[in-house]
Ligand binder design. Sequence first.
Ligand code: GLU
Ligand code: ZN
Length: 436
Amino acid sequence: MLRFAPSPTGDMHIGNLRVAILNFLVAQQNQEGFLVRIEDTDTKRNIEGNDTEIMQILEKFALIHESVFHQSEHLHMHQTLAIKLLEQDKAFVCTCTPEQLEADREAAKAKKVAYRYSGRCHDVGKAEHSKLKESGIPFALRIKKPTEDIVNHDLIKGDIKTAANEVDSFVILRTDGTPTYNFACVCDDMLSGVTFIIRGEDHLSNTPRQKHIKTELGYNGETTYAHLPMILNTDGKKLSKRDDASSVKWLFEEGFLPDAIINYLLLHGNTKAPSEIFTLPDAIEWFDIKNISKSAAKFDIDKLRFINRKHLERMEDKALSTLFGFADTDIGKLAKLYLEEASTTKEIDTKIKAIFSPKNFTGKWSEHMRTIEILVQNAPMFSKFDDFKSYIMKGSGLKDENFFKPLRLLLTGAEQGPELSDVYPLIKSYLLEIAS
Ligand code: GLU
Ligand code: ZN
């Protein structure tokens, strides 16, 4: 079983989307299930409606999941498992106050050593637990640190050893009774039978903790991990919310196709893709997660634009036209003519809107435009551009630039663009609407 476990705490980042795509893809390759778990236990950070938005995005990318649940639905189970560790003496009750913990942190800072839990409450066991519950003194539950170092074999990052001290005795249940991310994550992964975890490298330090929790809970199933390098911005820094391109919503608004975004994200940091342009089903055939480079790569919007163009080119003409409010093969073909100068549906939409909007009859060419407009409005239907052109030329007495500039402006609303001989056959059935 594989899973995508987003936190509903903000706009979906392309890093998250990449994680979702890869988990889905590997699930398909291994013929395993794929589930979605909304990690909503950090209630202060949850954004209302964000879970629905995440699910809508997954749907747009056709990442089909077999089930979805909110982590908070499992609160009781998380608490029960934490108490079980306490009863087995694998966890302890910690009554350290925030002030004490802060002082410990400050002391570590002053000594220039890494902060570790002081061990103050290490021996406060289950006997104290019921007394504390009655007294109303706030307490957290901490898991006891491991006795041995923890080694994790990561498919991308290789073997990583973490010292037992570094894993430390960490909080699994907060003073308000809610589980910490690491604890809830492990309980749910175990209970859902998740055996393969692909996620961002920002979780690398959580992995030994999660392995430790699993061991203490008596789980002996194997889990495969792959931690993906961050996606960098053009300055070489981690792509953050401040970078527009980091938001999946922004990419949609800009007119990037889901297929192109998937294509780009599967190519990003990939050292061995057999081709540059492909679909998710193609990639399922050859993709190997081990071929993702260990080091981070920069997000390349020009590459995404190129890929988007290629996917637009591959789209069926009529389907393409629906993106611009038509259901007409010719308009799909017209959109493709503009791929020379446009890469996104938003850019093409601007071109098509200019064709169908009322024209601007001011400026240098306005008079000739009027002349041509009247002729077009009264012309018979010509299927060939050459016949149409000769008819208008003859009728207007205009030639060269004086003919072609105003004609182009009248037909396309722009001074430049694809050859009129290519455009004409695709718009000829709309001429009366266009040439005005
Ligand atoms: N909610 C975590 C995140 O969005 C999930 C981490 C994980 O996959 O375990 O980063
Ligand atoms: Zn303590």
